[in-house]
Design a protein around this ligand. Structure first.
Ligand code: MTE
Ligand code: HPA
Ligand code: MOS
Length: 764
């Protein structure tokens, strides 16, 4: 891939000026109705009754639709297995569950009418809100998943040293700037055009069709861009759009459903909270010999994407470390909360916490530094260590990102500096923490690892590109456009990327698992190469040279032979092809090769490759208040040969700060009745610009190798750097010396941990 001046996000200017159109910016279609949801006021009840007298009195009220209005299946489950109603049709399962939808002529009227609907729950009961309670009841959403190798119990019993631990990690609200929104417009013959802020237009199509009981070809779903998704629009966008579709079908009028922030936070899933318990055997050198661990995920009231999240947590529980004898058990527990869902990292961020806790305990028991324990247990170099499920890790790359990060961080000299500071200061403590990562790239669900694209070259040589991925701010469109520009040898300005649509590229995967550019980049390249091949043949006929002698470069097509200067503009050849009746349009398709998984043995190679990273962080903690801040972070991220270093840098920065938020300040609080009390920015604290480390040093690993069959030897970047923020957790434990520090490590939690461990009082 040619690299020159940094290429900004294709909508950078439009985002900043407000010119970029989001779903709610589309001018209202004539006759538009606005929808608002009636949400459950209780977490758990046997049933409910609605009284809509008040709603009907609101001027502009048009209709109230409940489960009885659904013409076909009341099922929004991504798996299609059922048990996940769009609108409650029996028992109430969580506070904020959608019960009905009000349609009105204005959004204000819809919101007022929805608020005026009286909900009478029948036989309300105390909710189960906690992972431990659900564990005690053995209330599982799915059977346990176990990955085991060797005999962990025996190896722990035989080990010279042992340790055990338990900790928790909280959930996370996506807090995309643009909330969930969809507009459904009835067309001829019962067809519907849906504009949806979704990572997964194909699933919106499937679920709208399932709710309405129609063929997929009746539903067209379009998404030009999202104002952020972060996993929150992988499955949750589908039910929002299906609700709008239901309204449009019931009234014959266009319907827009845009969730207010509070409703969005109450009714859509979060990152899965987790509880971890483990026991390890190791020796005095810090070598971890055996590990038994339980990873218990709080899935909320229904399955949603939980199987995939649990799978990724489990396959990432050893991260980049090698432990010979292991037994890892992952559970998905049912609680009476909203159903938890995809969130950047998809169980990976939770999974990789496990070894961090183990490493700290081993360091404590052996007197080694956590960094020494890391190095002692990195998966083998160069490639001779396998994950317990049988996939090879590149030990040499792990060591490279780690060594470069340690060197960038000036680790040893800063350790000494920090020790001197801590000895001097009565109550401020600085701490250093590190982290290393191996993150598997591919969807855990095999059939999702496919993509399509549709490319047209017009007779003037301008190119229209459509691919199955969705743009959520991550810069997918510019990357795929770069791939197409490179394939035709034309400047980027000649490419126009158009809105994702199920009508242009069908049967797509969600844009998720960081695979957007890997999959759609290849699909688009395959389409471009098909057209280029035809154009090369036309040029070869014109110039009477073999097609292999035709080169596409710098907006021109030429004969690539010494002494032969024949050439023409790319547009001139396109025009020639048109006159010669040669097709200048092609679809492209791609499926990830080689990946496989055996669910019976829990063995396989589910990931196309691993993305590696390393980080260090320095924090400052006030021992009197528990307040803390990150002073500096050094990140090294492997992006292969980055398709777009400017975009990747933005992804790394954003992911790191989002990870920092999850681990240190974003806290979801449910009260005893199961009501989420953190329903907006005043109570739910996402990191702000001042929470980002003032000194944030990011480096893309130089000369990073990647498989030859990745797109231009690039690697995925969307999710992995979120996990690099784990270094901050370690830095906080280093600064405070506390053994157990649950997440998010808010100031309150840091202070409580200090007090519990009897260390809160300042040094005399
Ligand atoms: N970056 C921005 N700006 N907005 C987002 O919503 N989502 C993240 C990541 N980066 C997100 C983002 C998540 S969860 C994923 S899986 C990837 O982008 C998806 O896009 P990609 O596969 O093209 O990297
Ligand atoms: N990430 C995101 N979404 C998914 C995945 C994944 O790994 N697997 C299935 N859906
Ligand atoms: Mo990202 S959680 O895979 O949408």
């Amino acid at each position: 891939m040619t690299t020159g001046a940094p290429l900004p996000h294709d909508s950078a200017l439009a985002h900043c000026t407000g010119a970029a159109r989001f779903a709610d910016d589309i001018p209202d279609p004539p006759g538009l109705l606005h929808a608002a949801l009636v949400l459950s006021p209780v977490a758990r009840a046997a049933g409910f009754a609605l009284d809509d007298t008040g709603a009907r009195a609101v001027e502009g009220f048009v209709a109230l639709l409940d489960a009885a209005a659904i013409p076909a299946r009341n099922d929004i489950s991504p798996t299609g297995k059922g048990g996940e109603p769009l609108l409650a049709d029996g028992p109430l399962r969580h506070h904020g569950q959608p019960l009905a939808m009000v349609l009105a002529t204005t959004r204000d009227a819809a919101l007022r009418a929805a608020a005026a609907v009286k909900v009478a729950p029948r036989d309300p009961a105390a909710p189960c809100l906690d992972i431990e309670d659900a564990l005690a009841r053995e209330d599982f959403l799915m059977p346990p998943q176990v990955i085991a190798r060797g005999d962990a119990a025996a190896a722990i019993a035989a080990a010279p040293l042992t340790a055990r631990g338990e900790f928790r990690a909280g959930g996370q609200e996506h807090f995309y700037l643009e909330g969930q929104v969809a507009i459904a417009v009835p067309e001829e013959d019962g067809s519907l055009a849906i504009t949806s802020s979704t990572q997964h237009p194909t699933e919106v199509q499937h679920i709208a069709a399932r709710i309405l009981g129609c063929d997929f070809n009746r539903i067209t779903v379009t998404c030009r861009r999202m104002g952020g998704g972060f996993g929150g629009k992988e499955s949750n966008a589908s039910w929002v759009a299906a609700a709008a579709a239901l309204g449009a079908r019931a009234t014959g009028r266009p319907v827009k459903l845009r969730l207010a922030r509070k409703a969005d936070m109450a009714a859509t899933g979060k990152r899965h909270p987790f509880l971890f318990r483990w026991q390890a055997g190791f020796d005095a050198s810090g070598r971890i010999l055996a590990l038994e661990a339980l990873l218990a995920a709080d899935g909320g009231h229904s399955l949603d994407l939980t199987p995939g999240v649990v799978f990724r947590a489990l396959t990432h529980a050893l991260n980049c470390y090698d432990v010979p004898d292991v037994r890892l058990t992952a559970l998905a527990l049912r609680t009476d909360t909203v159903s938890h869902t995809a969130f950047r990292g998809f169980g990976g961020p939770q999974g990789v916490l496990l070894m961090e806790d183990v490493i700290r305990a081993v360091a404590r028991a052996t007197g080694l530094s956590p960094e020494a324990v890391r190095e002692r247990n990195f998966a083998g170099a160069p490639n001779d260590a396998r994950t317990p499920y049988g996939q090879a890790l590149e030990g040499d790359l792990i060591r490279r990102v780690w060594a470069e990060c340690m060197a960038d961080s000036a680790w040893e000299s800063r350790r000494a500096e920090i020790a001197a500071f801590n000895a001097r200061h009565p109550f401020l403590r600085r701490g250093l923490g590190s982290f290393a990562l191996a993150f598997g790239i591919s969807f855990g669900v095999r059939h999702l690892n496919q993509a399509g694209a549709l490319v047209h070259v017009y007779a003037d040589g301008s190119i229209r590109l459509n691919h199955g991925g969705t743009e959520m701010g991550q810069g997918l469109n510019i990357k795929v456009a770069q791939v197409v520009a490179e394939s035709f040898g034309v400047p980027l300005e000649r490419i126009r990327v158009t809105a994702t649509s199920t009508a242009e590229v069908p049967n797509t995967a969600p844009t998720a698992a960081s695979t957007g550019s890997d999959l759609n980049g290849w699909a688009a390249r395959n389409a471009a190469l098909a057209i280029r091949g035809r154009m090369a043949e036309a040029a070869s006929a014109l110039w009477d040279v073999p097609p292999e002698a035709i080169a596409f470069e710098q907006g021109r097509v030429r004969v690539a032979r010494p002494g032969d200067n024949r050439a023409m503009a790319f547009g001139a050849l396109a025009h020639h092809c048109w006159l010669e009746r040669i097709s200048l349009s092609a679809t492209g398709f791609y499926r990830t090769p080689d990946i496989h998984w055996d669910a019976k043995t829990m063995r396989g190679e589910p990931f196309f490759y691993f993305s590696y990273g390393a980080a260090t962080a320095e924090v400052l903690v006030d021992r009197l208040t528990g307040e803390h801040r990150v002073l500096r972070a050094d990140l090294v991220q492997d992006c292969g040969r980055s398709l777009n270093p400017a975009v990747d840098r933005g992804q790394i920065e954003g992911a790191f700060v989002q990870g920092l938020g999850w681990l240190t300040c974003e806290e979801l609080v449910w009260d005893a009745e199961g009501r989420l009390r953190t329903l907006g920015p005043s109570t739910y604290k996402i990191p702000g610009s001042r929470d980002a480390p003032p000194d944030l040093r990011i480096r893309l690993l130089a000369d990073a190798p990647a498989r030859a069959d990745t797109i231009f030897r690039s690697k995925a970047v969307g999710e992995p750097p979120l996990m690099l923020a784990t270094a901050v957790w370690n830095a906080l434990r280093d600064a405070t010396g506390v053994e157990r520090l649950d997440l998010p490590a808010t100031p309150e939690r840091v202070l409580m941990a200090l007090m519990q461990e009897g260390a809160a009082s300042p040094r005399p």
